[in-house]
Design a protein around this ligand. Structure first.
Ligand SMILES: Nc1nc2c(c(=O)[nH]1)N[C@H]1C(S)=C(S)[C@@H](COP(=O)(O)O)O[C@H]1N2
Ligand SMILES: [Mo]
Length: 205
């Protein structure tokens, strides 16, 4: 179905500067829709939360919440595109950059992929160069406030330039890997590469 039939209420975008930021088949939203599979995890306190960096790395490590929050802070503004056809422009996130995580962990020469690991076994996978985009973050703050529960509190991945399902919420670890390992949506019919500008929504098989 064409997007214009799905969102009859949507005002057409007339500003060309805005229009060129909206990938094909996407519709602008001002809201912040919530989208995920399964329950929203609860964290009564973060004393039992930890974060694992592992896989083909010289220095695997695990941090508790206090240690994680002591990592250097980066801020990043980007447009997000959900495969269900909404796009939201100019979202601002704060967290630690993936490049910093990689600097500490030191991926071995054969590493080509990063797997994000979230609660309940949710994973998403991206090529290393996407994970090491200077804008890729492990974020705890959206729009100057801690993440809301349904948007991934306390921590989510932010992966620029890919449909938003790659940006795993309720993140608990990052794995560096020589092999690709399709994640939750990728195993359920969605594209492995997931580039919104090439409209890579579904997988071919
Ligand atoms: N852990 C987890 N993260 C997830 C998902 C999920 O099902 N589980 N869904 C993804 C999808 S499809 C989208 S579009 C975004 C939505 O993020 P939002 O709810 O903050 O808009 O989260 C992504 N991250
Ligand atoms: Mo999505």
């Amino acid at each position: 179905m064409h997007a214009s039939h799905m969102f009859k209420w949507q005002k057409p975008v007339t500003d060309p500067e805005v229009a060129k930021r909206i990938p094909p088949g996407q519709v602008l939203t001002e809201k912040f829709p919530v989208l995920h599979f399964g329950r929203v995890p609860e964290y009564p306190d973060l004393s039992r939360w930890d974060f694992r960096v592992f896989g083909d790395v010289e220095t695997p490590f695990t941090l508790n919440w206090t240690e994680f929050r002591a990592l250097p802070v980066s801020e990043m503004t980007l447009d997000i595109h959900c495969v269900t056809r909404w796009s939201k422009l100019g979202t601002t996130w704060k967290g630690v950059s993936m490049t910093h995580i990689a600097e500490v962990a030191q991926p071995r020469p054969g590493v080509r992929f990063v797997i994000f690991h979230a609660e309940y076994g949710y994973t998403s996978n991206v090529p290393l160069e996407i994970a090491l985009d200077p804008g890729a973050l492990l974020a705890w703050d959206f729009d100057g406030k801690p993440l809301e529960a349904e948007h991934g509190y306390p921590l989510r991945a932010i992966v620029p330039g890919r449909y938003f399902w790659k940006s795993a919420k309720w993140l608990r670890g990052v794995e560096f890997s020589a092999e690709d390992r399709p994640g939750f949506w990728e195993r359920n019919g969605y594209s492995n590469s997931a580039d919104p500008w090439r409209e890579e929504r579904y997988s071919d098989f």
